[in-house]
Write a protein that binds this ligand. Structure first.
Ligand code: BTN
Length: 324
């Protein structure tokens, strides 16, 4: 486990002597050394030079809830009951869900530096290295039961794509249902977990993972081609700035979705849809259906024109034929 106080001291990228670190952290030199080793094991390069001490070349770009709050417009901040930055968690979705179970607040936003059990769609793991990307979960109550959240993940996808474009990644697009992609590679993803009543009030926990600057560590295994904001040409931007941009776009999208439903996002979805008009295979269970992607219906289901006419898909894994 990474020591938060040590990471903060070394975040400036300059040398700190072992003595100074020990004094600041009230630790022996040996205990400092053990914590340095934990940082290295997490993939963070810590240089040590005899007589000078330890430094992280380039420093660490750590999240700070106050900085994020200051960058958000007042009406967006006031719409949140909690905005919390955690250090290392299992999953930010899980953190928000357990806060909700404890009751009280309904509009919670949690970010973390690292997830040890980040969850992806379809039971996959979500690679979540320390201080590298964005791991964010938000909660929002919807009246009107499960029907009211139909299409929510597509609306959040549009918001995430808007945020990526605002951050300078103009190549960002969406692959149904809600993969954020650039150049055919995955840039981010959304995992929505719903609890509550089928017809009454329900709470959606909206988890957003956005690759910012993935490290090339050999122990990080991602089972699909991936990219990140830096590789896609984002100018130098702090993770706090990125977090504020994503939060603002997603929170405004949640308001718009409550008022307008998916209809408020249909035009932009169409603009961002990277599979529109392309030959696709849809894998549903063990069946593979081929056709040409023809956009989404009013509920966010995928329309595919097949030899037997149009077919509508509410789930399934889509791949573009002829691409990896
Ligand atoms: C996908 O598979 O495309 C969805 C990935 C969602 C990952 C995010 S990271 C923040 C939140 N916490 C999680 O455990 N998962 C989501």
């Amino acid at each position: 486990m990474i020591d938060k106080a040590l990471a903060r001291l070394l975040a400036d990228g300059v040398f700190h002597s072992g003595q100074m670190l020990g004094d600041e952290l009230h630790l022996s030199r040996g205990a400092v050394w053990n914590r340095i080793r934990a940082l290295r094991e997490a993939g963070i390069p810590v240089h040590s030079v005899p007589g000078r001490g330890y430094r992280i070349p380039g420093g660490l770009d750590l999240l700070d809830a106050d900085v994020i709050r200051r960058r958000l417009p007042g009406d967006v901040v006031s719409g949140l009951d909690v905005l919390d930055v955690r250090h290392v968690v299992d999953s930010t979705n899980e953190v928000v869900m357990s806060s909700l179970r404890q009751g009280g607040m309904s509009r919670i936003a949690v970010l973390a530096e690292q997830q040890t059990a980040g969850r992806g769609r379809r039971g996959r793991a979500w690679a979540s290295p320390y201080a590298a990307n964005l791991y964010l979960s938000l909660s929002r109550e919807f009246l009107g039961g499960l029907a009211a959240v139909d299409g929510l993940s597509l609306a959040v996808g549009v918001a995430l794509c808007d945020a990526a474009v605002a951050l300078g990644v103009t190549s960002a697009g969406l692959k149904w249902p809600n993969d954020l992609v650039a150049g055919g590679k995955k840039l981010g993803g959304i995992l929505i977990e719903i609890s509550g009543e089928a017809t009454g009030s329900c709470v959606a926990v909206i988890g957003v993972g956005l690759n910012v600057a993935m490290s090339l560590r050999s122990d990080i295994v991602i089972d699909q081609p991936w990219t990140d904001l830096r590789r896609e040409g984002m100018p130098d931007t702090s993770r706090n700035e990125i977090a504020a941009t994503v939060l603002e776009h997603v929170l405004r999208a949640l308001d718009a979705f409550s008022r307008l439903g998916l209809a408020g996002f249909a035009d932009r979805w169409r603009r961002y849809d990277v599979i529109l008009g392309r030959p696709v295979d849809v894998l549903v269970g063990s069946a593979r259906i081929s056709g040409v992607a023809a956009g989404i219906d009013a509920g966010g289901a995928l329309i595919v024109n097949t030899d037997d006419g149009p077919r509508i898909f509410h789930g399934g894994e889509v791949s573009v034929r002829g691409s990896a």
